[in-house]
Write a protein that binds this ligand. Structure first.
Ligand code: HEC
Ligand code: HEC
Ligand code: HEC
Ligand code: HEC
Ligand code: HEC
Ligand code: HEC
Ligand code: HEC
Ligand code: HEC
Length: 242
């Protein structure tokens, strides 16, 4: 018999022995009893501690919050997504208190800007979106809303508002020169504010004989730039006299 055959036979012998040993020693006892898996796994998993109670459980005691949530935009965000696993709390409400995400960190995990998110999902840049203050100081976590109607004109007319704020006209409110219907703030393209239409409007404060406070600079409106409207020479949001 060639030597190689004996060597091969020895190698296979060792392999077979190792396999038999492994099967008897390493394969769990209940493997194969109920199919190609470890039968004891089922009872072990069934016996594992339950961490989540499910949002239906919360509603039993926190009825008002559950109602608020189901009427708001967070209706599909389960309680324990924010409060963490709370099965222990359900079992002993006064002894175990779930945490609440009061700081800014948690909310941007869903709302921080990410181009992969579906179009229309409300997103913000947490660095520039009202920094420092916690999100819940402005948004009710159980029924969040966005204040749809901005208060300041500068929310949309930012650059005009910034220019105006450092101008000689800073103390003259936008609406002193632009009569603005409230609805302009929600449907700006449909409802337009007024704009001063003639020299007479500016003359109301700047004419020599105007009844305005006397520190306001005066011009003789009959001769001063007479053929043009005032804002062809003076930018009304930052008037200069040079
Ligand atoms: C058996 C009634 C019961 C159930 C069910 C229950 N809670 Fe509570 N929960 C309470 C009570 C009572 C308190 C007030 C505890 C206290 O002040 O010591 C409380 C307080 C809380 C608080 C405030 C903790 C704090 O530190 O102020 C949160 C958050 C909370 N529950 C969330 C949940 C969530 C989430 C669920 C569902 C998984 C839930 N609860 C289910 C009874 C319940
Ligand atoms: C989007 C995250 C979020 C979800 C979803 C959420 N909560 Fe809260 N919850 C908070 C935050 C943040 C606070 C802390 C509010 C505060 O301190 O003003 C809070 C506070 C609470 C409190 C204690 C203060 C209070 O307002 O009475 C209870 C109780 C509570 N939540 C229960 C629930 C239950 C029940 C649900 C599900 C029906 C739920 N929460 C869903 C974020 C959430
Ligand atoms: C698990 C993800 C998740 C977390 C965490 C979460 N949200 Fe939301 N949020 C949503 C979903 C989903 C909506 C509903 C989006 C829709 O209706 O298209 C929503 C809606 C909102 C809206 C309404 C936007 C609008 O245009 O009216 C605001 C505001 C908001 N969340 C603020 C918060 C705040 C504040 C927190 C932290 C306390 C928070 N969210 C935590 C998923 C989340
Ligand atoms: C000082 C108040 C304030 C704070 C603090 C604040 N927000 Fe807002 N949030 C607003 C206002 C006002 C709007 C609506 C106008 C706008 O889009 O800027 C808004 C809008 C949103 C929207 C809706 C955006 C959209 O496109 O529909 C989301 C989501 C949101 N905020 C989440 C958050 C989160 C998350 C935090 C904390 C990291 C936070 N906000 C902190 C005032 C605030
Ligand atoms: C929600 C955003 C928004 C807010 C808030 C807002 N505007 Fe506007 N405004 C617009 C848009 C959009 C236009 C149209 C711009 C265009 O046609 O190029 C506009 C146009 C105008 C115009 C020009 C009208 C015209 O016919 O040329 C004036 C004046 C104006 N706004 C004044 C104001 C004043 C004053 C306020 C505050 C009381 C204000 N806006 C608040 C969005 C807004
Ligand atoms: C002193 C009066 C005055 C004040 C105060 C004023 N405006 Fe104007 N605004 C005008 C005049 C006049 C025009 C028309 C300019 C033109 O037709 O070229 C104008 C035009 C505009 C326009 C049209 C776009 C443009 O640039 O021509 C917008 C938008 C506007 N103003 C917004 C504002 C906002 C927002 C404020 C407050 C931050 C404000 N205005 C304050 C006088 C004023
Ligand atoms: C409500 C009164 C009022 C109206 C209306 C008004 N202004 Fe003025 N204007 C002022 C005041 C107040 C000052 C600043 C006076 C000061 O410097 O103390 C001023 C300053 C000026 C200056 C001088 C700026 C400088 O650098 O010295 C010019 C130019 C001017 N306005 C042009 C206009 C034009 C153009 C209009 C019309 C679109 C207009 N104003 C409408 C009150 C008004
Ligand atoms: C043809 C361009 C032109 C027009 C149109 C024009 N101005 Fe002037 N305005 C100037 C110039 C240039 C100055 C600075 C030199 C001066 O005082 O004559 C000035 C200066 C002013 C001053 C500052 C006066 C002072 O004493 O500091 C006021 C206020 C003023 N204009 C208001 C108006 C008003 C109101 C109108 C419209 C009725 C208007 N201007 C139309 C070019 C113009």
């Amino acid at each position: 018999m060639p030597q190689q055959v004996t060597r091969l036979a020895v190698v296979f012998g060792i392999l077979i022995l190792a396999l038999v040993l492994a099967r008897s020693q390493l394969v769990p006892k209940t493997f194969g009893q109920a199919g190609h898996y470890r039968a004891a796994a089922v009872t072990e998993i069934a016996a594992a501690k339950i961490h989540y109670a499910g949002h239906e459980a919360c509603a039993a005691c926190h009825e008002d919050i559950a109602k608020t949530r189901s009427a708001g935009r967070h209706r599909n965000v389960a309680c324990e997504v924010c409060h963490g696993p709370a099965a222990d709390h359900v079992a002993a409400p006064t002894d175990v208190h779930p945490s609440a995400p009061k700081q800014r960190g948690r909310c941007p995990q869903c709302h921080g800007y990410d181009s992969a998110r579906p179009t229309g999902f409300p997103q913000i840049d947490p660095v520039t979106h009202n920094p420092v203050r916690p999100c819940i100081s402005c948004h009710q976590p159980h029924a969040p809303e966005t204040p749809r109607e901005p208060e300041a004109c500068g929310a949309c007319h930012g650059s005009i508002a910034r220019t105006h704020a450092v101008s000689a006209h800073a103390l003259i409110g936008c609406t002193r020169c632009h009569e603005t219907d409230r609805r302009h703030k929600t449907t700006p393209l449909l409802i337009r504010p007024s704009k001063p239409a003639s020299r007479a409007f500016c003359a109301g404060c700047h004419a020599r004989d105007a009844g305005s406070p006397k520190e306001i600079p005066r011009v003789d409106v009959t001769t001063h730039g007479e053929r043009y409207v005032c804002w062809q020479c003076h930018y009304p949001h930052f008037p200069e006299a040079k």
